[in-house]
Design a protein around this ligand. Structure first.
Ligand code: HSE
Length: 434
């Protein structure tokens, strides 16, 4: 049988990894796919010194590649929203299947892209868009197809996890660790996407869609980054038996779906609390399977290439199938997606870690307790530290039971209005994940 011809758009970290693994494991991959896979063209802006592309036709124009009649499958690895959207839609219009690692593209333009792909009877595959080398899309979309999925929670940004791990383990400064993540090729082109949670929210949006059968709704995800975390909070969390992780949480409740990315205290003895460095992990809770955990490299050249090529093999195997019998892009049949609403963060429910900087006077703790109890907020534990030399203030750390966020917002406003409380109260959500 003739080889399947693919075109790779972008020869950066993931594109380079994809080219190299396709070449190195060509025979093994062909044994799985049932056909040889040939890279017929690469669109690149500059050479990748880690790849020997001698003999492979190249172009600097991605549209020349997507219009190339020889190419059956386009692999989009240029990233970003605008050009990537244009080239993916054009590839689809040209009747080509698409494999992409672009989480921003899928989270923001996925509904449009999948609708167009259905019209044209082509596949758009995106395993590499979430959690690098972990086949979590396939696990949720296919492996857990029997389940009513209740919730999922994941460490889905390697750069952020690397920063938090290094801060906790070595007391390293934020900026220094971020620079290292950039040098290692983990960070996004705009690193605020990593540290402000935007990249994780892109991935969470995708995971929630395939878990709950809802359209992609990135604009409704609540996103909070890790830049305001202090080493003091990391230490207090530790003393209370928790680790702070930057978590994406999607939970189905009767009122709607929680879709939120924020720093989170997790009990230190949970497996996921011990996922460190650039590693990612996603926990999925389904009614039949219970909790399952997927762990692995969340970024990097070859781990991400592994997912790109797995998609490629899937597409090659499906080339001759009837488009209506393929696994739906978002796991559920497109005309059966649910309109269960995404909840605003004020309606989400969680436990909370609160750090109050208070003056060292009698009665402050009583006032704090009164404000919380008036709003039905139950305190689970409390820790008061000695007066800090530099400002003469007393850090008061509380962990609450679960409560709707709006209640905590009201309590924080009341606490911050107290004469004896100085500055903003630090609030970090707490999840038990059990
Ligand atoms: N910047 C991303 C991360 C790359 O750090 O996880 C993988 O999506």
């Amino acid at each position: 049988m003739k080889p399947v011809k693919v075109g790779i758009c972008g020869l950066g970290t993931v594109g380079g990894g994809t080219f190299n693994v396709l070449k190195r494991n060509a025979a093994e991959i062909a044994r799985r796919a049932g056909r040889d896979i040939e890279v017929a063209q690469i669109a690149l802006r500059s050479q990748n010194p880690q790849c020997d592309i001698t003999g492979t036709p190249i172009t600097s124009d991605v549209f020349e590649l997507v219009d190339n009649p020889e190419i059956d499958i386009v692999i989009e690895l240029i990233g970003g929203y605008t050009l990537a959207r244009e080239l993916v839609l054009r590839a689809i219009d040209n009747g080509k299947h698409v494999v992409t690692a672009n989480k921003a593209l899928i989270a923001v333009h996925g509904n449009e892209i999948f609708a167009r792909a259905r019209e044209k009877g082509v596949i758009v595959a995106f395993e590499a868009a979430v959690a690098g080398g972990i086949p979590v899309i396939k696990a949720i979309r296919e492996g857990l197809a029997a389940n009513h999925i209740n919730w999922l929670a994941g460490i889905i940004n390697g750069t952020g996890n690397f920063i938090l791990s290094e801060m906790r383990e070595k007391g390293r400064a934020f900026a220094d660790v971020l620079a290292e993540a950039q040098a290692l090729g983990y960070a996004e082109a705009d690193p605020t996407f990593d540290v402000e949670g935007i990249d994780a929210a892109h991935k969470l949006t995708i995971l929630a869609s395939i878990a709950f059968g809802i359209p992609l709704q990135f604009d409704k995800a609540y996103t909070e980054g890790i830049t305001k975390l202090t080493t003091a909070d990391v230490g207090y969390a530790e003393a209370l038996g928790y680790r702070i992780k930057h978590l994406g949480v999607a939970r189905r409740t009767a009122a709607g779906i929680e879709l939120r990315v924020h720093p989170t205290l997790i009990p230190a003895d949970r497996l996921i609390a011990n996922v460190n460095g650039v590693m990612n992990a996603v926990m999925v809770n389904g009614d039949a399977a219970g909790s399952t955990l997927y762990y692995g490299a969340g970024a990097g050249m070859e781990p991400t290439a592994s997912s790109v090529i797995a998609d490629l093999v899937d597409v090659v195997r499906a080339l001759t199938t009837d488009p209506t019998n393929r696994v739906p892009h978002l796991a559920f049949q497109p005309d059966l997606l649910s309109d269960h609403p995404i909840l605003p963060i004020a309606a989400c429910e969680s436990a909370y870690y609160l750090r109050i900087q208070a003056k060292d006077r009698p009665g402050v703790l009583a006032q704090v307790a009164s404000i919380l109890s008036q709003r039905g907020i139950n305190i689970e534990s409390i820790m008061q530290k000695e007066v800090e030399e530099h400002d003469g203030l007393v850090p008061m750390i509380l962990v609450t039971h679960r409560v709707v966020e709006a209640r905590i917002d009201e309590a924080l406003a009341a606490l911050e209005a107290l004469d004896d409380v100085v500055g903003k109260v630090m609030r970090i959500r707490v999840e038990q994940l059990n």
